[in-house]
Design a protein around this ligand. Structure first.
Ligand code: ADP
Ligand code: ZN
Ligand code: ZN
Length: 670
């Protein structure tokens, strides 16, 4: 017998080995084996089995599998398919892709004795009893009757924050468990998994486990085994739980489906929500995508008739959504003394003071992403945009240039505003670290905590900080993107967004969509527990369609239609397929020259008609990292086939030239 295996090396091909079934036992696709490879031995996954002698190059003798791991670790067929599809779609080597699904601590399992991890102790809590509201029940019944017609239906559950989406998931899970199948709930952030697990655990008659990479290897291995043999039937997990080897999966829920953290940003760059749709379709099971602010990808799927749209429009508590107060920074410039300026306006500071005087809490959101700057007109809020790409131009202060980081177009910084002719143009976008200090100058009785990547270096720190804030040890929480996620603080009645412009003008074609999602989510933090909430949106461009929606003056569906139309016109997703080729090299010149060469090559291959779908090369937004320069080339492909074809040639020339290439299909972050 012969097997083709995938090895954990950045290679596209499988390797052939002989297999002695009499000695090692029966073998199947998905089994893990140990094989001689070069001078060492490697763990590998069996991808194909045949009785025919493989054709090997002359002089190469076939080697044999040395060992086979117990069948309890065999990957189910659907997981093998999922990895194969993911590897092909995201253009990541199959061997390495297989290993995201491997049982943890594989190296310990093969070649040495097995050991088992400690069993997780579960606190058994009293079961919660609850009744769905009429609205929730209607949604649940809608899902159930659609599933009866078509078991592989996909749903988009759009429900305002606090409308009880989670309650619907729980009841749906209950009915799936009742039918003997398992349930997978994906959550974007590890920090939210514990909270959600609690809620599922206290409502369901089954053990509910957490699944994410921060758990110990022993524990993960134990869980892996139990999920596979059906002992564990409910998993709440982050991205990687998508690859959990369920015996009989009956439902996938993707909570906060719009969240960009579903996109893995290194190595295997998969989008867990999109792969979840594939997994559900393959398995013929329902999938529910839930969000208060659905992604345009999902809305597009709804409009194409591939996904069923359901809505929850009222908050369970009946508490009103917070009142939105736009604060124009044109009319109220930042408050400051001398040369020191806070990024806050008088109105905002007053509201914060009132809030803390009442013993309530404030959250301030800053979109501080270090390395992007843009030029803004103090008079009207104008920010330069690239004509071709509809993306805000990035401001390079030293070179006095504005530049589109997607197509690379450069212009000199203008003397006057392109909109109002004003002359007060200044760079903004970052530099808000000092806010914590600033607050103590303008507020009395402020006790602040910070939630950002500099401050929060571990899961433990995060939990501690959140607990301190919840216990009212501080009255102001300053945070970046981390603040947005579903945390529930009953005493928060005032939310401040320091600069809506830095969200709206982020140089990415998804900027408006993301700004809307972020602002709705951030606003949803205010007034959760019956206390009236207020949200202060500071900014220059307060007439932006996104801000109008928040003010209750604009129509969301019109915005979505316009946005989708714009994407179609400019060939962006979800209409076209976007891929980014990132070239990395220690020598700047070499990297740039190579990227240009590939650009011309691809344009030539595509011909005149499609050449304008290739953008760049341009310097990556993060131009230099780990001692390497980075140039990006984007291709907006009309079809997936063409994307694959172009990728093959880009990969080939890059390999020949010895330039490091990182391919990102459906890229999310610049
Ligand atoms: P979402 O997931 O849409 O943000 P949640 O499911 O978290 O909303 O619900 C918000 C709050 O309302 C939670 O505290 C939840 O326990 C409560 N809640 C929602 N629906 C019900 C219900 N039918 N019965 C009791 N409590 C509910
Ligand atoms: Zn202006
Ligand atoms: Zn451009």
């Amino acid at each position: 017998m012969f097997v083709k295996v995938a090895v954990p090396r950045p290679l596209e091909t499988f390797f052939d080995y002989g297999y002695d079934a009499e000695e090692l036992g029966p073998i199947s696709v998905g089994d893990w084996v140990r094989v001689p490879f070069g001078r060492s031995k490697l763990n590998a996954c069996v991808m194909e089995i045949s009785n025919e002698t493989p054709a090997l190059p002359k002089g190469v003798g076939i080697k044999s599998v040395a060992e086979r791991l117990s069948v309890e670790f065999r990957l189910p067929e659907d997981i093998v398919k999922l990895c194969r599809f993911g590897s092909e779609y995201y253009q990541y080597p199959i061997g390495e892709a297989m290993f995201v699904a491997a049982p943890p601590k594989m190296e310990k399992l093969l070649g040495t004795r097995q050991e088992s991890g400690s069993e997780e102790q579960l606190v058994s809590k009293q079961k919660r009893e609850r009744q769905l509201t009429a609205e929730q029940r209607k949604v649940l019944e809608g899902i159930q009757s659609a599933i009866q017609d078509r078991p592989d239906s996909a749903f988009l559950l759009e429900g305002v924050t606090g409308s009880g989406k989670t309650e619907v998931y729980i009841e749906l899970a209950r009915s799936i468990l009742h039918s003997g199948k398992s349930v997978l709930i994906l959550v974007p952030e590890i920090s939210l998994t514990a909270q959600l697990r609690e809620r599922f655990q206290s409502s369901l008659p089954e053990k509910v486990v957490l699944w994410h990479s921060a758990l110990s290897d022993g524990l993960r291995q134990n869980q892996w085994r139990k999920v596979k043999n059906g002992e564990i039937r409910v998993v709440v997990g982050a991205r990687s739980a998508l690859f959990a080897p369920f015996r009989e999966l009956g439902l996938i829920v993707v909570d906060e489906e719009h969240d960009a953290t579903y996109k893995q940003e290194e190595r295997f760059r998969y989008q867990a929500r999109d792969l979840a749709l594939f997994r559900a379709k393959q398995a013929g099971i329902p999938i529910v995508l839930g969000s208060a602010t659905p992604s345009l990808e999902s809305i597009h799927r709804v409009r194409e008739g591939r996904v069923i749209h359901l809505k929850l429009e009222s908050r369970f508590s009946g508490s009103a959504l917070p009142v939105i107060h736009p604060v124009s920074m044109i009319e109220e410039p930042p408050v400051g003394a001398g040369t020191v300026k806070t990024p806050l306006a008088e109105t905002t500071i007053r509201a914060m003071q009132e809030t803390i005087d009442r013993g309530e809490q404030v959250m301030i959101f800053l979109n501080r992403r270090g390395y992007s700057q843009f030029l803004l007109c103090q008079g009207c809020g104008w920010v330069g945009k690239c004509d071709q790409c509809s993306i805000s131009l990035t401001h390079y202060r030293k070179r006095n240039e504005l530049k589109c980081h997607v197509c690379g177009t450069k212009t000199k910084v203008p003397e006057t505003c392109g909109e109002c002719g004003g002359t007060e143009l200044f760079g903004m976008g970052s530099g808000t670290e000092s806010l914590e200090e600033d607050l103590s100058m303008v507020l009395t009785g402020a006790k602040t905590l910070r939630l950002d990547r500099d401050q929060i270096t571990s899961q433990k720190r995060l939990e501690e900080t959140l607990a301190e804030f919840r216990n009212l040890q501080a009255n102001i929480l300053i945070g970046t993107q981390m603040l947005v996620k579903g945390h529930d603080f009953p005493k928060v009645t005032c939310v401040v967004v320091a600069s809506v412009d830095s969200l709206l003008k982020w140089p990415d074609f998804r900027a408006s969509e993301r700004a809307l999602q972020t602002l709705i989510q951030v606003s949803g933090r205010a007034g959760r527990a019956g206390l009236p909430g207020r949200v202060f949106l500071q900014g220059y461009d307060l007439d932006h369609p996104v801000i109008k929606i928040l003010r209750g003056e604009g129509s969301l569906s019109e915005f979505v239609t316009d946005e989708l139309e714009m994407r179609k016109m400019l060939h962006y997703p979800p209409d076209s397929r976007l891929v980014r080729y990132r070239f990395e090299h220690e020598q700047e010149g070499r990297c740039k020259e190579f990227a240009s060469r590939v650009g011309s090559l691809v344009r030539g291959e595509l011909g005149e008609e499609l050449a304008d779908r290739v953008l760049g090369p341009s310097e990556a937004l993060l131009f230099r990292a780990q001692n390497r320069y980075r140039y990006d080339l984007y291709f907006k492909s009309p079809t997936l086939d063409l994307l694959f074809r172009v990728s093959r040639s880009v990969r080939r020339v890059s390999a020949e030239a010895g330039v490091n290439l990182v391919v990102d299909v459906d890229p999310y972050h610049s």
